[in-house]
Design a protein around this ligand. Structure first.
Ligand code: PAF
Length: 281
């Protein structure tokens, strides 16, 4: 396993691979890896000559200091897991290496970063876009792999690639779930046993919403999910939105022909969980 800590060595590694005509697949992560990450890595390993995974807990995408402090950090275990699925190059810089200068850049993604996560986590997507652009510049991938669980993040990254004219392929991979339906997330380990038992309700509500959407008015679907989540004493709904899958514009009364996605964020104690489901493909 090669763990690269500096930008200089990372770029040298990638330039050498590119010079040998090897395709580079890239999986950016913040560590605390779970099966969801490993599925991204497996797909990248199957589709590229070389795969790089980054592990960097990006401070500038956290709008809540407590969340940053409590974010799980499990580097040794992560390295073992990565090598078990065939990824032997990890970029794990420290904060000074990624941010030698104060960050001043601001992206404007229009609607995409104003709604849902953008509304409740101010500055989050700017922090994501800045770090992802830097990581792309350092790793120089041909393809980068992202999970659909972070649906809005995926939309922002596609837009970033367009805005910055980047020559790389963004690969969206399906959400990986526990046997009871809970979307895998590094934050799940912070749920208490009791919260963990209740957490699958989020996906059950989304599945029911996708059934209701076929026959019922949009508002009825919204009300059903809000009531289901808020009636659970362990949960507090932050948002549930039904929107166009590309523009993330909310759906009004009439149901469009284009793909529609429902996105949700729920607080369970100190932990905030997100998930989504396509209501129409
Ligand atoms: O999805 C994540 O884990 C992070 O937002 C990312 C893309 C690695 C940027 O820090």
């Amino acid at each position: 396993m090669e763990v690269i800590k500096t930008v200089e060595r990372m770029q040298a590694f990638s330039l050498k691979n590119r010079a040998q005509d090897k395709s580079i697949g890239f999986v950016p992560t913040m560590g605390a890896l779970h099966q969801g990450h490993l599925e991204l890595v497996k797909q990248a390993v199957g589709e590229n000559d070389t795969v790089v995974c980054s592990i960097f807990v990006n401070p500038i995408q956290f709008n809540n200091l407590n969340d940053l402090k409590k974010y799980p950090r499990t580097l040794d275990k992560d390295l073992q897991l990565l090598s078990s699925v065939g990824c032997n190059t990890v970029f794990a810089p420290d904060v000074d290496e990624m941010y030698p200068e104060p960050v001043t850049k601001t992206y404007d993604f229009g609607m995409l970063d104003k709604v849902m996560e953008g509304r409740y986590r101010s500055g989050h997507f700017n922090g994501v876009a800045i770090v992802v652009k830097k990581l792309f510049d350092f790793v120089l991938p041909h393809s980068a792999y992202f999970g659909q669980k972070d649906f809005q993040q995926l939309a922002i990254i596609r837009e970033l690639v367009k805005m910055e004219n980047l020559d790389l392929n963004i690969v969206a991979c399906p959400t990986i779930r526990e046997a009871d339906g809970l979307a895998m997330s590094s934050r799940n380990v912070r749920l208490t046993e009791e919260q963990r038992q209740h957490a699958p309700l989020i996906y059950r509500a989304l599945k029911k919403a996708s059934e209701l959407y076929k026959t019922k008015p949009v508002q009825e679907v919204r009300d059903f999910v809000a009531d289901t989540i808020n009636q659970n004493p362990q949960m507090r709904l932050e948002y549930f939105e039904i929107c166009h899958s590309r523009s993330l514009q909310f759906i009004g009364k009439s149901k469009p022909e284009e793909p529609v996605v429902a996105c949700i964020a729920v607080h369970m104690g100190e932990v905030r969980l997100i998930d989504n489901i396509f209501l129409k493909l």
